[in-house]
Design a protein around this ligand. Structure first.
Ligand code: ACO
Length: 428
């Protein structure tokens, strides 16, 4: 028998279907509520709103579980690579050898930017934030694929996905080179995804960057851990834009803008700036913790708290260990890591944070690894965007393949009631 919820409004009873997910999460389907009752639901910040049904990523925030297509993040972090995981997310399965080869070949075939795109980089001022460049250039790149703007797709989705995934890495590296006044370094077809990115970031025309395996592995892990995270702010943005049938590049560019904010992907940059501020002030973090607890200070402990995780973010556990490993292998001793660990210890014993279930999130340690491998702070959120690209592509594909109406939330209007136009001479 179909399960239903009963809603009593103005003395009248309504039956609403219960929809259950494959992991047992339950929802009340209110899609006919307004038609039936004239009421809508109000959910500021969407904390209780399921905006879609999705088969891509599962999170249990109470238990600290994250799975891509059912596979625990811990297993993927140990055994897989970013590109395998991208295939898993976008196409629903780990690639077999032939599929992986084809996908890698497509990434290589699409790694170059049209030469004309390079001129666009010239227009940005020297200190332009790379997230602004990234978003603008992803959008601009779509102009070179006019078929994206028609409903007649000449290329299969795998080609479109590989094109975006591959080009975004080239755009990101060129954006960094531009911001430093350095010449652009072209990709090398014999390098794998993450190694190729590091080559474009750090080689110089007369000397190739020394690709240390532990550095490549650490950055690949960061990309992998960021690859998807169900309906977060940027992914929900991508789905929102996709629902208007905008093209893949335009939808991803919107995702970049949403990710940029300091409460979302911008937090990794904010964490490092916070740790540097603590280090410079000579404080052990206690003053910053006190300020973060004071609502009037306008400060928050960056890298702590999460809308969904009310337990340790499983990605933070993996990154914390990777951070220790990579710093040891590179023989780097970073005082910011000591401050971070001290902060974590202090916070996990502090009733303010314990009561609110505020634990370290993925951004807390990732910045220290990126700093150790030479990624500049202003590029941190760009690293997140490269990593999140497979998740955005997978969600875009899901929207396109599911019969969905354009996303269009309602609101409860609280502004002035009927008012009339005043001539300018009569205005106060
Ligand atoms: N420092 C201090 N207090 C905090 C923090 C924090 N980092 N995070 C939440 N709180 C407090 C809030 O002030 C609030 O307290 P109150 O109940 O006394 O008013 C309570 O905890 C709940 O916080 P909300 O803001 O309602 O939680 P929400 O789910 O909306 O926010 C968010 C989640 C944005 C991640 C928040 O925890 C935050 O700002 N963290 C710092 C920024 C950060 O690290 N963002 C990265 C998130 S992960 C990601 O995007 C990949």
């Amino acid at each position: 028998m179909e399960k239903t919820a009963e809603l009593i409004l103005d003395g009248k009873s309504y039956k609403l279907p219960i929809i259950e997910g494959s992991e047992g999460e339950r929802s009340v389907d209110i899609s006919s509520l307004r038609n039936q009752t004239g009421y809508i639901t109000l959910d500021d910040g969407y904390g209780n709103t399921g905006s879609c049904q999705s088969q891509i990523t599962f999170i249990d925030g109470e238990q600290g579980i994250l799975r891509y297509r059912g596979i625990p993040i811990e297993e993927l972090a140990e055994k897989s690579t970013f590109i395998e995981v991208a295939h898993l997310l976008i196409f629903g399965k780990l690639p077999n050898s032939a599929e992986l080869r084809r996908f890698s070949d497509l990434l290589t075939a699409n790694e170059l930017l049209n030469e004309a795109v390079k001129y666009h980089f010239e227009g940005f001022p020297p200190n332009a934030h790379p997230m602004a460049i990234l978003s603008a250039m992803i959008n601009a790149s779509s102009c070179f694929f006019p078929e994206l703007l028609t409903s007649e797709m000449r290329d299969s989705f795998v080609v479109q996905a590989a094109r975006l995934l591959s080009k975004v890495r080239t755009i990101a590296a060129f954006a960094y080179r531009k911001s430093r006044g350095l010449p652009a370094i072209y990709p090398k077809p014999d390098l794998k995804y993450t190694a190729n990115f590091l080559h474009m970031m750090f080689s110089i025309p007369y000397q190739d960057y020394d690709l240390k395996p532990e550095v490549v592995k650490a950055l690949d892990l960061i990309f992998l851990l960021h690859a998807d995270h169900e309906q977060n702010c940027s992914t929900a943005t991508v789905r929102m834009v996709a629902s208007s049938r905008a093209n893949l590049f335009a939808s991803a560019a919107a995702g970049v803008c949403a990710l940029w904010g300091p409460l979302h992907g911008g937090a990794n940059q904010a964490v490092l700036e916070m740790l540097e501020e603590i280090h410079k002030s000579g404080d052990d973090g206690s003053k910053f913790i006190a300020a973060a607890k004071d609502k009037n200070s306008g400060k928050r402990l960056m890298g702590f708290g999460h809308r969904v995780y009310k337990n340790y973010d499983p990605r933070a556990k993996i990154i914390k260990k990777a951070c220790d490993d990579v710093l040891t292998k590179l023989h780097i001793s970073d005082p910011l890591l000591d401050i971070a660990k001290h902060l974590e210890d202090a916070v996990l014993r502090d009733s303010y944070f314990v009561e609110r279930k505020l634990y370290p999130n993925v951004d807390f340690y990732s910045g220290i690894i990126m700093r150790a491998i030479g990624i500049p702070v202003e590029m941190f959120t760009v690293m997140f965007a490269i990593g999140r690209m497979p998740g955005w592509i997978a969600n875009y594909k899901e929207v396109m393949e599911t019969p969905t109406r354009i996303y269009r939330p309602r609101q409860i209007y609280t502004g002035p009631t009927l008012n009339h136009y005043t001539e300018i001479k009569d205005r106060k």
